[in-house]
Ligand binder design. Sequence first.
Ligand SMILES: NC(=O)c1ccc[n+]([C@@H]2O[C@H](COP(=O)([O-])OP(=O)(O)OC[C@H]3O[C@@H](n4cnc5c(N)ncnc54)[C@H](O)[C@@H]3O)[C@@H](O)[C@H]2O)c1
Length: 321
Amino acid sequence: MVPGLIYENPLEYIYTLLLDILVCTVKSFYFLLETIFLTLLPDRLRNKKDVTGQVVLITGGGGGVGRHIALNFAKLNAKIVIWDVNREAINATCDALKTEGYECASYIVDISDREKVYEAAKKVKEEIGKVDILVNNAGIVTCRPFLDLPDKAIESTYAVNILSHYWTAKAFLPDMIADKRGHIVTVSSVTGLMGTYACTDYSATKFATVGFHESLYSELKYHGHEYIGMTLVCPYYINTGMFSGVKPRLFPMLEAKYVADQLVESTLKNEVNCTLPGSVRFLLPLKCLLPAKTCWEMMLRIMKGPQSMSMYRGRGKAKSG
Ligand SMILES: NC(=O)c1ccc[n+]([C@@H]2O[C@H](COP(=O)([O-])OP(=O)(O)OC[C@H]3O[C@@H](n4cnc5c(N)ncnc54)[C@H](O)[C@@H]3O)[C@@H](O)[C@H]2O)c1
């Protein structure tokens, strides 16, 4: 029988509901105070995860953000494993690490191919060891209005941006559970919190990563695997060239190093959510509170979202940023 859901009589139902509300309120108040305290506490006094000797695997580790994530974890004496489809990008990351005196194991893996992911995971376990921190970072974008999106592009976006999270998590989570330690970092996007023009595929996959993170988080908590950390990272535009040509109106694009710094810090602090820049968090509730027409007016007139996205030119066709 599922505890807390089946009752002998209505009085018991009301009594347990009131008790649960009371406990939840007291705990929520405590968590609120804890969050305020941790926000005000200087960074050097925060309790952070020690990743020395831990294996950190970064998908898309050859890319703009991935390279900085790799470098940051290497500086913390973690063992770095890079997965990417792009040999040149992998070499550039490994060279950057070697220049700083760090090692880097790299594998060419197309994470959209489930069997290739399982094969590569087996190889990593044999050659490097079990993965302690999995950073699901690789992502692709097409940036075209819905009717101009080729079917193949939609399928690829889903395969890389979300389905791959299932394959990598399935490959590494069982070891994390067995060893009672681990961390899964999900790189989503602000477009995963707010639908974006010319991104019916990209935005939808990023929403899916949020759902994946939240659902898996609830499963791990409910089944007592509290020792596994889960961090969701939702950045605004980043100046890596992925959204080359786009000119956001209100905030400048973020720098890849800043995003990687925040991602690694959040992981070390075991934070569940990391929205970048943090101020975006205050805009999001408006989406549920204001009339949809008002939100659209803000998007069109104030943020000029569609106008700025229609300036997208893609990599190599325009200067990024
Ligand atoms: N750039 C932005 O404005 C922005 C904003 C919010 C979120 N993000 C997300 O941040 C993450 C990193 O973005 P970035 O700007 O560093 O992108 P990037 O294009 O610079 O790097 C992505 C990397 O993923 C690799 N990759 C692509 N397909 C792959 C596949 N099938 N298998 C393995 N590797 C593959 C690419 O080769 C590349 O090295 C992505 O998930 C992206 O969606 C980016």
